[in-house]
Ligand binder design. Structure first.
Ligand SMILES: [Zn+2]
Length: 175
């Protein structure tokens, strides 16, 4: 008998589908792979690709020189992590020999937590952060949790406390 989990079909938002298509059809697959090493400075286990921040990678050749354009969409407007991520992108590509890199910020469509896949949400939970669609305690799995503060370690997260195991935990806000 199949488990409930394997029967679950994940609905993918159009924007996330297009992101996946751009990567699958890209002529710069090795650059996307390199950028898998760039993570959210606030959630070091989460790559900018998994978060849905990395939108596009293009390589253009002009008179023997090559330029790379990386398009990213910030998770939350004004998120201070953005400039760190841009720097990390530039240095990851520089290490691989790409000196001419431009990071473009795309604000539309606006980033949404809907772009996180089920696997990414599980990864967040394992890291101790409750994913956007859940306020279940990531430590013990109890649903008896209480909002402590709208703002946790960063504006992107709120702080909860588990009433079962008493542990506080961050909840990734749904937007
Ligand atoms: Zn708990």
């Amino acid at each position: 008998m199949l488990s409930a989990a394997s029967n679950c079909i994940e609905l993918m938002p159009q924007a996330r589908f297009e992101m996946n298509q751009r990567r699958a059809q890209s002529n710069a697959a090795h650059l996307w792979d390199l950028l898998d090493a760039v993570t959210d400075p606030e959630i070091p286990v989460m790559s900018i690709w998994e978060l849905g921040v990395l939108q596009d990678v293009c390589i253009t050749h002009n008179q023997g020189s090559q330029a790379v354009t990386v398009v990213i969409t910030p998770t939350y407007s004004g998120c201070p992590a953005l400039s760190v991520m841009s720097q990390d992108i530039i240095s990851a590509l520089a290490k691989a020999g790409y000196e001419n890199v431009c990071v473009e910020i795309r604000l539309a469509p606006a980033w949404t937590t809907d772009w996180l896949s089920g696997a990414t949400k599980n990864k967040l939970r394992n890291y101790g952060i409750a994913p956007p669609d859940s306020t279940t305690c990531p430590q013990c799995g109890s649903e008896c949790t209480k909002l402590i503060s709208e703002f946790a370690s960063t504006a992107c997260k709120s702080l909860y406390r588990c009433l079962a195991c008493q542990e506080p935990f961050d909840h990734f806000k749904s937007i």
